[in-house]
Design a protein around this ligand. Structure first.
Ligand SMILES: O=C(O)CCC(=O)c1ccccc1C(=O)O
Ligand SMILES: [Mg+2]
Length: 305
């Protein structure tokens, strides 16, 4: 069986650039994929790289698509190298779409990403409508950030949960300070990636010494890293960015075999990639936790997908 292959690169500017402890992200680039089989059945998905998380770059993904023939087989897709995890996801999930994969919908609740810093306090539209929120920390000086955090806690609706995402940018002292503040408020569901992936053992220690949970994100960006952290004893929360994790089939096997506490999360893919990720999330994300897909108006222009 041959599949006819077409691709279309896209480029979109964030309405509000994403501010994290790692810097500012202004433009999302990716590639929409379409496979058509000999009977005319079509499947779509997307390559949405996140190089600052360790996936391939957009340029590498584009070069990979360009060197492929217009007709390809399942064997070509299975042979996409480990170094191109966003491509593995894109092609395999396009094939699953072609085979008619359908996910249950509406079972999972959403976590809404608040703007970093003081802007979070002004995000009324989100603050009024949701019950789980995420806020970037490590983006400004810690004392100032903890002051804003306390205001934010008061502004959140009763019963709300708050996730704090440091993107690996805290020092060990700062991580402890945040965990202490978080333990006092009882509103923090988890702190996401407090330290850099190199400091895995320290995060393991932190997870044993505070009541606030820790979630790994940058540490488990790809399946290989995920397997590695599991082998090294991580039994806390895993943020799963399926669009850059690699093969969805292998991800499925891993999550089912080890029953990990998985929280699926967006990489700001388009609607097309999101569909594919949400199918997996419905199967594999912990149903008691919101998924990181709140808000879908991240971009200035909606160019049809
Ligand atoms: O996970 C979420 O709730 C939203 C998505 C998100 O925060 C994110 C999106 C793109 C790149 C990195 C991150 C991150 O979790 O650090
Ligand atoms: Mg994160």
């Amino acid at each position: 069986m041959y599949y006819h292959f077409e691709f279309r690169p896209y480029r979109r500017r964030f309405r509000q650039p994403l501010k994290t402890s790692r810097g500012i992200w202004e433009i999302r680039e990716g590639i929409i994929l379409r496979l058509t089989d000999e009977t005319g059945r079509m499947g779509c998905s997307e390559i949405a790289p996140l190089p600052w998380f360790g996936s391939e770059t957009f340029a590498q993904a584009l070069a990979f698509c360009k060197q492929l023939k217009e007709k390809l087989t399942q064997a070509t897709i299975q042979a996409i190298p480990e170094g191109l995890p966003a491509c593995q996801f894109g092609f395999e999930s396009a094939l699953e779409d072609l085979f008619g994969a359908e996910g249950e919908r509406g079972r999972l609740s959403l976590s809404y990403l608040l703007p970093a810093g003081e802007d979070a306090l002004q995000a009324w539209e989100i603050l009024q409508s949701a019950t789980t929120f995420k806020w970037k920390i490590g983006a400004i000086a810690i004392a100032e950030e903890i002051t804003i955090f306390k205001k934010l806690v008061r502004a959140l609706p009763a019963g709300a949960k708050l996730r704090l995402d440091a993107n690996g940018g805290l020092s060990i002292e700062e991580a402890k300070a945040w965990l202490e503040v978080a333990d006092e408020t009882q509103i923090v569901e988890f702190i996401e990636q407090p330290l850099s992936p190199q400091e895995f053992d320290l995060m393991l220690d932190l997870s044993a010494n505070y009541s606030t949970a820790i979630a790994l994100d940058e540490s488990v960006a790809t399946l290989q890293q995920l397997e590695n952290c599991y082998q090294k004893g991580w039994r806390g929360i895993y943020i799963i960015k399926a669009a850059i994790a690699g093969s969805p089939q292998r991800l499925r096997q891993f999550c089912q075999q080890y029953k990990i506490d998985a929280v699926f999360s967006s990489v700001f893919e388009t609607k097309i990639g999101r569909e594919a990720v949400l199918r997996l999330a419905a199967e594999l994300s912990n149903p008691n936790r919101a998924i990181g897909f709140g808000i879908d108006h991240w971009f200035e222009e909606d160019d049809g997908f």
